[in-house]
Every structure is written in structure tokens, then in C-alpha cells.
Write a protein that binds this ligand. Structure first.
Ligand SMILES: [Zn+2]
Length: 77
């Protein structure tokens, strides 16, 4: 048999594990962050579990030296 597996993790849209249908309205499912729930596939009608993955990233940058507090600017006159 064809053993091709669907990529069901970390997709931009919820994908039905049965038929592979991508629910483009998955943002409207009202899923909480990292909360497991179920939804019905609009294509094949089967119910499947879905969870919204939220990836948190951080951005950092160096501060300029002249913006550092506590500098010696007070003594300059
Ligand atoms: Zn389906």
C-alpha cells in the first residue's frame, strides 16, 4: 500500500489527518494556544484533534554606547 504520510505538525493551517484537507479557516476555530480540541473536517466530515502551536521568538540588539545610563556626560561642560 501507499505509505505516504501527511505532514500534520506545525502547519500554517489545520490539516485533516484522514484526507489531508487543509482548513484555511483554522484561525477562526477559536483554538487557544497549545490547547487540544477537536474539529470536524469540512471535506470528509471526520472529526480530528487539533492544537494551535505558538512559536515564541525573541529579537535582541545592541544599544549604542551614548545611550547607556550613568555615563560621564554630567561632568562635561
Ligand atoms: Zn478530512
Amino acid at each position: 500500500m501507499d505509505d505516504e504520510k501527511l505532514d500534520l505538525c506545525h502547519n500554517n493551517e489545520a490539516k485533516c489527518p484522514y484526507c489531508g484537507f487543509e482548513d484555511y479557516d483554522s484561525w477562526e476555530l477559536g483554538i487557544g494556544e497549545d490547547v487540544e480540541t477537536t474539529t470536524e473536517c469540512p471535506s470528509c466530515g471526520k472529526e480530528y484533534g487539533v492544537m494551535r502551536n505558538v512559536e515564541i521568538t525573541y529579537t535582541t540588539w545592541e544599544l549604542k554606547d551614548d545611550k547607556v545610563l550613568g555615563g560621564s556626560d554630567e561632568n562635561r561642560r
